[in-house]
Design a protein around this ligand. Structure first.
Ligand SMILES: NC(=O)c1ccc[n+]([C@@H]2O[C@H](COP(=O)([O-])OP(=O)(O)OC[C@H]3O[C@@H](n4cnc5c(N)ncnc54)[C@H](O)[C@@H]3O)[C@@H](O)[C@H]2O)c1
Length: 266
């Protein structure tokens, strides 16, 4: 049977709203790859990060692809900074109809070493910011209209435990709870909210782990696809979830882990 789908990506994603998308943690890794993937289909992007040069580099790459791109230094753990930064982003892009929460920290510690500082720093960035920013996006989403959508980045550690990531596991499980709660609330307005749960991805966050002898080999051995993901392999499913191609998908999490969590033993 002949595949009649157009093979040009922008045509295939024609249903994608052309409204601007806010990406936290867009200065690196999965956030950067997501901004670029969205720019490839013509969506303007606002890139927030505590790493100013990183955010600017991402925005510059997106501008090369022909879209409006706004970069800003925003600490997503500072809730008081959010309303003004959202207003700036909406003004710079002309509309805001998408949000990807990719800012994250690993907060690596077993429960033996856990203290309030690690707990608060991890939960405030990974979890609280998702709800705080989501809340402040309601007015611009209403202006952008139906079709607006959110994708929160959880993790396979939101689904399963890891002894060395106590606060991280709590934050990523919490992200799924926030996602489901916002999905019900935002559905009243015609907006969708979903999450992705990546497995291991080659980004600066995982660099310390890759330095541990045997870490990479062990992860690859436990992954049916036998490799670690590139950031673009998480960005593409995020772009799909933001697009009208996913118009009946809300309150869902998509696991993007090369099959790791589908199997109990390999
Ligand atoms: N890399 C992986 O294997 C993996 C796996 C599962 C989930 N994730 C999740 O994906 C998301 C992106 O991580 P990544 O792997 O691209 O890591 P990364 O370190 O490359 O990117 C994270 C970005 O978040 C920014 N950031 C951190 N704290 C911030 C704050 N307070 N305010 C604004 N920005 C802040 C960092 O500066 C950095 O640019 C995170 O939520 C992470 O937990 C990553």
């Amino acid at each position: 049977m002949t595949d009649t789908r157009p093979n040009d990506l922008s045509t295939f994603l024609l249903g994608t709203p052309g409204t601007g998308v806010l990406i936290t943690g867009g200065g690196s890794g999965i956030g950067r790859a997501t901004a670029v993937a969205l720019a490839e289909v013509g969506r303007p992007v606002a890139v927030w990060d505590i790493d100013g040069p990183g955010a600017e580099q991402t925005a510059a790459r997106c501008r090369e692809l022909g879209v409006t791109a706004h970069a800003a230094v925003v600490d997503v753990a500072d809730s008081s900074a959010v309303p003004g930064a959202v207003a700036d982003a909406a003004a710079a892009l002309g509309s805001l109809g998408g949000f990807v929460h990719a800012a994250g920290v690993s907060g690596a510690a077993t429960v033996d070493d856990l203290d309030d500082e690690i707990w608060d720093a991890t939960l405030n960035v990974n979890l609280r910011a998702a709800a705080v920013i989501g809340r402040h996006l309601l007015p611009p989403f209403r202006e952008a209209g139906p079709g607006s959508a959110i994708v929160l980045i959880s993790s396979i550690e939101g689904l399963f435990g890891s002894s060395v990531l106590t606060a991280y596991c709590a934050s990523k499980g919490g992200v799924l709870g926030v996602m489901r709660s916002l999905a019900q609330r935002y559905a009243l307005e015609g907006f969708r909210v979903n999450a992705v749960c990546p497995g291991a991805v080659v980004t600066p966050m995982l660099e310390p782990a890759f330095e541990l002898p045997g870490f990479r080999e062990e992860v690859e051995a436990r992954t049916p696809l036998r490799r670690i993901a590139e950031p673009s392999e998480i960005a593409d499913p995020i772009r799909f979830l933001l697009s009208d191609q996913a118009s009946f998908v809300t309150g869902a999490h998509l696991t993007v882990d090369g099959g790791m969590t589908a199997v109990t033993a390999i």
